[in-house]
Ligand binder design. Structure first.
Ligand code: ARG
Length: 408
């Protein structure tokens, strides 16, 4: 059914997607490989040559870091996006962009199909497929690894049989995905949620034990909800994330260990390293407490949780997500200022915050006698605020809300 079809494949250079190239070629398709740099680092070998050797018709290597930062990470910062209150969503944010780039490449070469190397157990297949359905419903998605259900040893054997170069380094027991917003590590011994991860799991963070004995301070400057300066130096978002991530990671900040609810219903154990995300989100939330009203802060929390779920569940290009974006963007106009963080042995501690439009007023809050707050008005306010509680108690008695006495 793929005979003579042009197929654009998301290609990482690893075993899964290398095997996909060969498989597509053997189906009689014309496979085009697309390698995207989202900040996971340069490919270790010449990906282009390798894909061509395996049988790709053509290979595109594209740098999408700036677009990823601007269109995906930036909204995630403004919305304090954390799935399950912990996961900064870097993989989930990357997938819709990869799908978008696959679609763009498909349009360039006139392809009817796009392909990815996701398995049938994870969230990524959903994100690729649903994003494609949202932005290019005329294209067909092929997922050879999912549909084929090959085990890793079988893939290795297939690779050997067809002369696909397989990395000669000792196979790591972990499955890793990385981009500029973070790194995820799963599988192997981590599948036991009671097993503490060993140091070989980590790449972006030092263990708190080995972190420096002196705290390190960093100052993050924000403009309308986005970080723009680091210790006073103006930096593009991609560089700011990289520099801050290095400092935070060296101080042991950014390790996350969680049991996560996947979209397909499975609970999975995940280890994440997201030093820059943890520091930026902590600072951003802090600045919001200084610059947003109580009502906006409270309501935004609800929006943030929904936003994180939509991102996680592959619903990035949907009307609800766009509508929430509009709300979030509107809230960020006054989120400008500076937050100072103390990074110390795995802790990211707020050391100070300031903002030109801070709603905090020392004159109102001070316990000094010259405070401008009208304490006399408080008594009347409280009398009315508590009126309905008082009324309830006078009708029903003060025991109406007490727990029933225990029978035991
Ligand atoms: N559990 C995370 C998510 O669903 C990370 C997935 C990592 N993906 C991978 N192919 N290793 O977003």
């Amino acid at each position: 059914m793929l005979e003579g079809k042009k197929v654009v494949l998301a290609y990482s250079g690893g075993l899964d997607t290398s095997v996909c190239v060969k498989w597509l070629e053997r189906q009689g398709a014309e496979p085009y490989a697309l390698y995207l740099d989202l900040g996971q680092g340069e490919p270790s070998e010449d990906v282009k040559t390798k894909a061509l050797e395996i049988g790709a018709t053509d290979v595109f290597v594209r740098d999408a870091k700036a677009e990823f930062a601007r269109e995906y990470v930036a909204p995630a910062i403004k919305s304090n996006a954390l799935y399950g209150g912990k996961y900064p969503l870097f993989t989930a944010l990357g997938r819709p962009l990869i799908a978008k780039k696959l679609v763009e490449a498909a349009r360039e070469v006139g392809a009817t199909h796009i392909a990815h190397g996701s398995t049938g157990k994870g969230n990524d297949q959903v994100r690729f497929d649903v994003t494609t359905a949202s932005i290019a419903p005329d294209l067909t998605v092929v997922a050879p690894v999912r549909d084929w259900n090959m085990s890793r040893p079988e893939e290795m054997a297939y690779a050997e049989e067809h002369g696909i170069p397989v990395p000669t380094t000792k196979e790591s027991p972990y499955s890793v995905d990385e981009n500029l917003w973070g790194r995820s590590i799963e599988a192997g011994p981590l599948e036991d949620p009671d097993h503490e991860p060993t140091e070989d799991v980590f790449d972006l963070t030092t263990s708190p034990e080995n972190a420096p004995d002196e705290p390190q301070y960093v100052e993050i400057g924000f403009q309308e909800g986005l970080p723009t300066t680091l210790d006073g130096e103006e930096l593009p978002l991609v560089e700011l994330i990289a520099e801050l991530g290095a400092v935070a990671g060296a101080n042991g900040v950014g390790r996350i260990d969680m049991v996560e609810d996947r979209l397909v219903g499975i609970k999975s154990r995940e280890i994440y390293e997201s030093p820059a995300a943890i520091a930026i989100l902590a600072a951003h939330r802090e600045l919001e407490t200084l610059t947003l009203t109580r009502d906006v802060l409270r309501f935004k929390t609800t929006v943030e949780q929904r936003y994180a779920e939509l991102t996680y569940e592959g619903l990035w290009f949907t009307p609800l997500k766009s509508a929430l974006d509009a709300f979030i963007t509107e809230t960020q106009e006054t989120v400008t200022g500076t937050v100072r963080l103390k990074l110390y042995k795995g802790n990211c501690i707020i050391a100070g915050r300031s903002a030109p439009n801070a709603l905090y007023s020392k004159d109102l809050a001070t316990y000094d006698p010259n405070s401008t707050f009208d304490e006399a008005a408080a008594a009347g306010f409280i009398a009315l605020w508590g009126l309905s509680a008082r009324q309830w108690a006078s009708v029903n008695g003060d025991t109406a809300h007490s727990p029933a006495p225990s029978q035991h």
